[in-house]
Design a protein around this ligand. Structure first.
Ligand code: GLN
Length: 478
């Protein structure tokens, strides 16, 4: 059920928050070994939170999230609850504080069911690089759930929570949402506080939402957005009221179709599904125009240079001394760091650290990092021009649907290239939402994305919601 439906049931007392939480926990305990979407299941604390929520409801003090059961990606800090980033490095890390988004949900008496599995340190697109084993796709467990918020997307798709918090640095909310047939929203950079999100690439990272509907993503964003003095990059421009255009007439909007997103490398079944969605908007009366993002061809390179450079710097704090995994058997200080990092990090994380440090070396800095920042500026300009002509942009979310586990993970370049349609929103800091627009011949979901102007989440949410009202989703059977 959606957050909206559950809110009604709780308010009408058709079910108590405790019963609801217990139902979800029972289902999680039954299904999680098949999907591996939770790293930590918060059985006791969830029931306690549900009791508190029910007492608030009984006192007539319920607000937006009271009693609603949600999951949280395991790179978002939760006080007293392990936050591992799916890494051996943080296997036993228990944060002494809550991320701002968690504080907000708790204030509203939400129920946190558990911490979801992901690619290690959110680096990846398959959720197979987790130290705790890979996540499986609820539509077919021989396929990946996408990543890095694969556990979050699978938990929503399989009905193991009502909605999920994830993070998106280059597509990690939208791509797994599209692989698992649910809705994923990456808000504008700065709209939601990153305080308490374990950093991967700080200029690209954004906390966002995976839910059963576009409307639910708006509902949840209303609860977590806003300026935070603990996050120097959080913004005062986020306006809230993200559901205000839901259900209004969107027929007079202009939708831009960037031709570069429909070229070589796009799977035919995905292309057909996205084209059908474009036709749908045409029948509503929306104006469809062709637009162009010429620098798309450099986007993946720029993204991997910038994100790896920032990752190399952010992850230097994990030295086996301040916190995290330690191998203290070495002879001296340097060896302690070396052994701890060698054993604490997995291969993909090491690859990014090497790439990032290499790109930042004095001799290479201009050739790599500086050029990447130039591409970034160019992409931003190109988006600004596009949004002079249209209100939203419609594209595929990923070049293909979920692939078989083991099929691509050994080819990092192929994996990186598959991020082509999602990374530009992060590079330019724009909001984007992915929803299911079809199924391939194997029955796996196919996603499309809507990207909007900065701080204009309400438009993409409304445009996405309009499509979802007329599109029949197939539930995952698990
Ligand atoms: N797949 C991308 C990467 O591997 C995106 C990750 C993310 O958004 N966290 O970097």
């Amino acid at each position: 059920m959606t957050l909206k439906q559950l809110r009604k049931m709780l308010d009408k007392k058709e079910i108590s928050a405790v019963e609801l939480t217990k139902q979800y926990l029972t289902k999680i305990n039954k299904t999680n070994n098949k999907l591996n979407c939770y790293i930590t299941i918060c059985t006791d604390s969830a029931v306690n939170e549900a009791k508190k929520a029910q007492s608030a409801i009984d006192r007539g003090k319920a607000d937006a999230f009271t009693g609603l059961p949600v999951s949280v990606k395991d790179n978002i800090c939760t006080e007293g609850i392990k936050t591992t980033c799916a890494s051996r490095m943080l296997e036993n890390f228990v944060p002494p504080y809550d991320a701002t988004v968690i504080e907000k949900l708790k204030k509203s008496n939400a129920v946190i069911l558990g911490k979801t599995n992901m690619d290690e340190f959110a680096m990846g697109g398959s959720s197979q690089t987790s130290y705790f084993g890979g996540v499986k796709n609820p539509y077919d467990i021989s396929h990946v759930a996408g990543g890095s918020s694969g556990g979050a997307a699978a938990s929503v798709a399989a009905g193991l929570c009502a909605a999920a918090l994830g993070s998106d640095t280059g597509g990690s909310i939208r791509q797994p949402a599209s692989f698992c047939g649910v809705t994923g929203l990456k808000p504008t950079y700065g709209a939601v506080s990153r305080w308490g999100l374990i950093a991967f690439a700080s200029s690209l990272d954004q906390i966002g939402i995976i839910a059963k509907s576009a409307e639910d993503t708006g509902y949840m964003l209303n609860g977590i957005y806003g300026f935070d003095e603990n996050d120097a990059t959080s913004s005062k421009n986020a306006k809230g009221n993200y559901m205000k255009l839901v259900g209004t007439n969107i027929n007079n909007l202009t939708i831009g179709i960037p031709k570069e997103f429909f070229g070589d490398g796009l799977n035919n079944e995905v292309k057909t599904a996205v084209m059908t969605a474009i036709e749908y908007y045409k029948t509503l009366g929306c104006k469809i125009i062709n637009v162009s993002l010429p620098s798309l061809e450099y986007a993946v390179s720029a993204y991997y240079l910038i994100s790896s450079a920032e990752a190399a710097s952010n992850l230097s704090r994990f030295d086996g001394i301040k916190y995290g995994f330690r191998n203290g058997l070495g002879e001296d200080y340097n060896e302690l760091i070396k052994l701890s990092r060698s054993e604490g990090f997995g291969n993909e994380v090491k690859r990014r650290i090497l790439l990032g440090n290499y790109a930042l070396c004095s001799g290479y800095y201009d050739a790599y990092y500086k050029n990447a920042t130039r591409i970034r500026a160019k992409l931003k300009n190109e988006y600004t021009k596009i949004f002079e002509q249209c209100d939203v942009i419609l594209t595929p979310t990923a070049p293909a649907a979920a692939y078989k586990i083991g099929e691509q993970e050994n080819d990092p370049v192929k994996m990186y290239l598959a991020d082509i349609y999602t990374v530009t929103a992060n590079i330019a800091g724009l909001p984007a939402i992915s929803t299911t627009c079809g199924y391939n011949s194997h029955g796996l979901p196919v996603g499309m994305s809507l990207t909007g102007r900065a701080f204009d989440e309400e438009t993409i949410i409304a445009v996405c919601d309009r499509f979802e009202r007329d599109f029949v989703r197939k539930e995952a059977v698990i």
